[in-house]
Design a protein. Structure first.
Ligand code: SF4
Length: 217
């Protein structure tokens, strides 16, 4: 399906119910499983960023108490501190950290989204759910006319982006493929699992971001 702009895509996304398991989990967390004393978003989480983005960063899915709480990708959780903090270091974000949808975050040349737009239980998604939400990822890519780089964080994001770009590729850290005018770059996901164990250091993460941004510029 073709959309006129990101706003139109977001309207469809917000009403999406293609993955009942994920919708139920997102809503259950928002209604009955809150860890933060505030209203949770609990709906599909739309992408966010610069409509003239040259680089798109794709994560796995909103975290149950991160994006699913705040309603914006990489906002309000540990992974977000790395993603937005890293962009700040490169001069691509006006804030070091995203905390809420109304925090005034502005990204320059970058768009943030996820392979799957609804929070999954235990951060595990099924193949059919990746396929379902790849339609939204494809639509986002089509709307970002200046896009040159997709930085895919982890195996699920890489798999989904490969699928959308029409190539069969397995994930690799700093693996790069050039497909139809777009560089697909893989990186370890800056999740606490990877950052706290040392698989991905802050210096390496900045190196990944600088490399991807250089390809986009
Ligand atoms: S994960 Fe994507 S496809 Fe599935 S219900 Fe949420 S928005 Fe729809």
């Amino acid at each position: 399906m073709k959309y006129a702009d990101i706003s139109e895509l977001n309207r469809v996304l917000l009403a999406c119910n293609l993955c009942p398991r994920l919708r139920k989990f997102s809503e259950d967390v928002a209604l009955n499983g809150r860890k933060f004393n505030q209203e949770y978003w609990g709906k599909p989480v739309p992408g966010f960023g610069d409509p003239r983005a040259k680089m798109m960063i794709v994560g796995l899915a909103p975290a149950a108490h991160g994006g699913n709480r705040t309603g914006r990708p990489f906002t309000g959780d540990e992974t977000g501190k790395w993603v937005i903090g890293g962009l700040y270091e490169l001069g691509l974000s006006n804030l070091r950290e995203g905390v809420s949808r109304d925090d005034g975050l502005v990204l320059r040349g970058v768009f943030l989204t996820n392979a799957v737009s609804c929070a999954p239980p235990k951060n595990v998604v099924k193949t059919q759910e990746i396929l379902n939400c790849s339609t939204h990822l494809r639509a986002t890519i089509e709307l970002l006319k200046d896009l040159k780089v997709i930085l895919a964080l982890g195996t699920v994001a890489f798999k989904s982006a490969s699928l959308v770009l029409g190539v069969k590729e397995t994930f690799g850290h700093l693996k790069v493929r050039f497909v139809n005018g777009i560089y697909l770059v893989g990186s370890y996901h800056p999740s606490p699992l990877n950052t706290r164990t040392g698989r991905l250091s802050w210096e390496e993460w900045l190196r990944v971001l600088r490399y991807a941004w250089k390809l986009a510029s």
